[in-house]
Write a protein that binds this ligand. Sequence first.
Ligand code: PGA
Length: 253
Amino acid sequence: MNKASNAKRRQLVVGNWKMNGNLHENADLLVKVVAGWQGEHNADVVICPPFPYLIHTGSLLSGSAILLGAQTTSEHSKGAYTGEVSASMLADLDCKFVIIGHNERRRLQGETDEQVARQFIAVQQAGLIPILCVGESLKDREQGRQLETIGRQLDAVFAHTGKDVFNNAVLAYEPVWAVGTGKTATPEQAEEVHRFMRAQLGELAGKVRILYGGSVKAHNAQQLFALPDIDGALLGGASLDADEFLAICRAAD
Ligand code: PGA
């Protein structure tokens, strides 16, 4: 795909398996995905399995162009944090990307903007690339406050990191009301927010990849990827089906 306005930004498709799969199903899915993504491509593809399957997934991806990622990480580097996984442990397992601030973690685990900012720093300190998720609730959207919410979520990270570090980060816009619901933002809604997010990045505005996430499927991916400020997708459900996932990767390619 050729978009004049983002000619220098490679498209990126990230599959977030969430808490799904088992050894058998994962192997089946990964063999199909790897077989369908041979050779050279113009898009990057990342798969983020649950922690226990990172090594297995990594070994099935090895030799392919598909990269490994994780779904979250601790803000701490080590110590007495039962159940947590540090970013350096993820680097040890060959992860290249870590999703942070996903709305399921903000809502269900109570992660705050400040924690997300500290996770962002921990990920970069381990030499990995954070995929920072932001997005408004349905209520925010209904009240027309989507840009205010997203601006606040971004500022919370900028306040700790500055903006320069975003040359090594990815952003993802995921409207909470669109994740796992089958409702996708319209191209106009998505483009408005992406343009806003890009503007918040100041000097890096043209350089940072900004993904869209929320019920992206093969049938709507092409339309979203054609928008000038959208550089790929963060997929949940669609990443669990090899044909659907590959069709979206090809649309980004
Ligand atoms: P969905 O999830 O594609 O199933 O809506 C997206 C996400 O949570 O990243």
